[in-house]
Each structure stands twice: as C-alpha cells, then as structure tokens.
Ligand binder design. Sequence first.
Ligand code: GAF
Length: 389
Amino acid sequence: MDLLTQLTRSYQQAFPAEPSGQQTPLLICSPGRVNLIGEHTDYNEGFVLPAAIDKAIYLAVGPRADDELHFIAHDLNKTFQGSLTDLTPTHTWADYLLGVVAQFRQAGHQFNGFNCVFGGTIPMGSGLSSSAALENGVGFALNELFQLGVDRITLVKRSQRAENEFVGAKVGIMDMFASMMGKADHVIKLDCRSLDYTYAPLQMDGIRIVLCDSRVKHSLVTSEYNTRRAECEAGVRFLQTFYPEIKSLRDVTMPMLDQHLRDTNPLIYRRCAYVVQENQRLLDGVAALEADDIDTFGQLMYGSHEGLSHWYEVSCPELDILVDIARQQPGVLGSRMMGGGFGGCTINLVREEVLDDFTKLITEQYKARTGKDTYLHVCKIQDGTNVIS
Ligand code: GAF
C-alpha cells in the first residue's frame, strides 16, 4: 500500500464521519529542499540557491466541528490531542504543527479545530528540512480548509516564526521558502534581505543532483545553530562601532573584517569571513550557471564545504569523509555538506555516466572509513507545497 493510501486509511479509521459514510480528507504534499550553494547565509540577509525536491511530507487533513486538534504522526506511530484554546509548546513533534496554528491565531484568523494525519519520505534529521515541510503543510492546510486567503509568502513567514518562537530554533527563511515556492526543474535565487527571488532553469544536461546521507542525525544542530547565529550578530555589532551603516553581514566586506576582527577576535572573524565569502561564492556560482560553466560551479561547492568545515565549523567527520570520497571520483563536479550541518546529507553534482561508479565507491568507502551505511538519492526538482486531491 502506498503512503498516500496508508495516510488516507489511517485518517478514515481515526476520524470516521458521522452519521454515515467516510470523510475524505484533503491531501497535501509539502516537499523537502536542497540548496546548491549559499549555506548559513539566509539569517545574515544574504543569498541562497535552493529548490524543492521529490521527498516530501504528506498530510491528510479535515476540519472539525469543535475547536479540538487531533494529530497523528504516522511514521512515529504517535498521536496528539489538544485544543485551539491552549496553544503552548509541548516540546514534542506536535510543536511543529501547534506553532503554525498559533501563528494563525495571533494573526487574528478564526477557524475550527482540525484533524491531521501526516507521514513522509524525508528522512528525519537528514538535513532536507522535514520540519519546514511539515510547518508549510500545516499552514497550507489551514488556509485551504478554512479558506483564509493567506498568500504563499505570508505562509512562509508564519512557518519560520513558528519554528523561531514556538520550537525555539532561530532558523532563517530558506527552508520554508524553498519548500513553499519551489518550481519543477528550477532553482530559486533568493535574496533573504528583500525576499526578492527569481527562478533559474536548472540546465545541467547529463548531470544529476545526488544526495548522500551520512546517517548521522544532526542532534547538535539547534544549539550550535543558535550559537553560530549569535556569533554572526556579535560580529555585526562590533563592526557597527566602526561602520554604523552596517545592518548585517550582507553589508560587510573582507577588508573590514581583516582590519578590525582578524587579530582582535579570531573566532568571530572566521565565522563572519565564512559568511562574507559564501555570499560571494553564491554570486559567482550563479554567474557560472548562467555561463553554463558547471565545472566552476562545482569547484565553488567544494569551496563552500571547506568554509563550512574549517571556518564555520558546522561539519562533522562523516560529512567530511563523504566529500573527500566524492573528490576521488572523476565526473563528480562538486560536493558539499548541506543545511544546518553536524550530520545529514551532502549534495553532489555527478555526471550521469559515472553515477554507478560513484554509488559503488561512496557506498564501499564510507562503510570502510566510518562503519556506517550511506544512502544515496538522485533528486528531482519539484513544485512547492500543494494540494494533491
Ligand atoms: C537550516 C536552517 F533552517 C536554514 O534557515 C539555513 O540557515 C540552513 O540551516 C543553513 O544554510 O536548514
């Protein structure tokens, strides 16, 4: 039985319609994301280059006559029951749903309770943004079920605020934006300061985007992520004493960092320098893609990984090993860790003709060097969050 059928059946069993017949839930698909380059730049008002992918959270949802909230996490085999009148964090998976509901309430929307069964194909903790996909799915569902008329960008912002305020992870906007705004066969060039964005066709003939899962769950990510964010903000505050016009690392240049931070605070210098250089790598990468120069783009991806590993220090031995193995395979153009870090996946640009060789090499060597199995996924780029039926 496929996942959608399972979710629908589970919904109908848990919430049989009264007095007769079975209620047909609304089915929503909310995808995970990849990011080609531009990591840890979103909360520094920089640029990112993500896309929605063919791994998703699926939600079966339906309205209730009362104000109760009934959630079933199909993959976890767990249930939650609450009420619209008590939206406080539970410190469980339910917060990803409750946080979004709370955002809608804070915005003044009136709506009934609802039932939701969800499950998915995004491995949790794999750095493919299952949480953003779930939050977007819930916001999208509320909007559809109760015809609230909220536009997609507002839904994105609500998902982000839910995660920032309710879950307590100070994430940027990239993941929600990519999941909600994705377009098949296109990457999104997003300016995280203005939220201006353009879609660029992904013209990489004969090249595949391959994810290699380190199978390390990024348990450190929330605390270290918030620390990195605070380090960037500390750098900005310090530089503002010399350059009051600076608002974020987006406005900072390497000469400014070299002059004021390199010798006085080497740690903050490394963090800020990584972000400033990563923004430039993204701009250079977009220019390379426009010029059909995938080799240069791939080299920039390797540069991104070096920066993330040594300067920003958000990698882990397993991710470094995956990138190191990828470098040994002719026909792999670029490889780097992706997302918040400390585990999850690497993203690799691989020529089709070496896909089998790459799969064999990385599977064998990763096992030999870490004792762990990796899991490879060749991605397709998809549309963002939407109704299936
Ligand atoms: C995580 C966050 F959720 C994103 O906002 C982004 O900062 C990313 O890490 C790093 O680029 O996925």
